[in-house]
Design a protein. Structure first.
Length: 233
């Protein structure tokens, strides 16, 4: 996906619709980092709708999202999967450069992911993942929020092969990285389960390495593919 402008600005609205048809496989990434500049008067927003057909595969791997001073951004992603489809989403959020070196100079980041499973005309909610960071309302760097870190990485996986053993293996794979990581399983709907991994660190590079280790494990085991190498730099 190519951003038609250099960055997102106030009142910008980007609408993205993605459909992966039955039996198809798609790797979707961005050309470069998504940059959110100052947004006076109104927030920038991206709305994405994703639908996966039977036995469809989607790996969504955008470059990092960078929120600069006085930026306000909302991202709403709504995904519908088939019980036999496979979804992997990785994402990194970083603070943009500021003159005084502070990490949290943006106004708001609101990222919402809603995943539903559709089977035989019945659609049920599998997971609702909502991230909201508002630095002006208080110190977000402390306990219960960013835990002393400045960067956040996320991995969402939905697949019938997700289980506790896989969750434990992925969590173990993150132990060697300079990051604080937690992982949760969703409930099971129509035979498919999801997991959400959240990791905090102080560099984009470390989170990219951590997420690449996790997605590389899934790519090789489930699809016989090599680790992802987008060769952008």
């Amino acid at each position: 996906m190519v951003n038609p402008g250099g960055a997102y600005l106030g009142a910008d609205l980007y609408v993205v619709d993605v459909e992966v048809e039955a039996g198809a496989s798609l790797l979707l990434t961005t050309q470069s980092a998504t940059k959110i500049y100052k947004t006076p008067g109104s927030f920038a927003e991206q709305r994405m709708a994703v639908r996966l057909g039977e036995h469809a595969q989607l790996e969504l791997a955008p470059d990092q999202l960078i929120a600069y001073r006085d930026a306000s951004y909302r991202q709403d992603t709504r995904i519908t999967v088939h019980p036999t489809s496979s979804l992997v989403i990785s994402e990194v959020i970083t603070p943009g450069w500021s003159p005084d070196g502070a990490s949290f100079t943006y106004e708001e980041l609101r990222l919402r992911n809603e995943v539903r499973v559709e089977s035989g005309g019945d659609e049920a909610l599998l997971a609702l993942d909502n991230v909201l960071v508002r630095p002006p309302l208080g110190d977000v760097s402390g306990l219960g929020l960013m835990e002393g870190f400045s960067h956040m990485g996320s991995l969402i996986v939905v697949d019938a092969r997700v289980d506790q053993a896989l969750a434990d293996e992925l969590h173990s794979a993150t132990a060697d990285y300079d990051a604080y990581t937690g992982l949760s399983l969703t409930r099971t709907v129509h035979g498919t389960t999801g997991l959400v991994l959240r990791s905090l660190s102080n560099t984009t590079e470390e989170l990219n390495r951590l997420l690449a280790a996790c997605t590389g494990l899934l790519r090789e085991r489930w699809h016989g593919r090599a680790p992802l190498n987008l060769r952008k730099y």
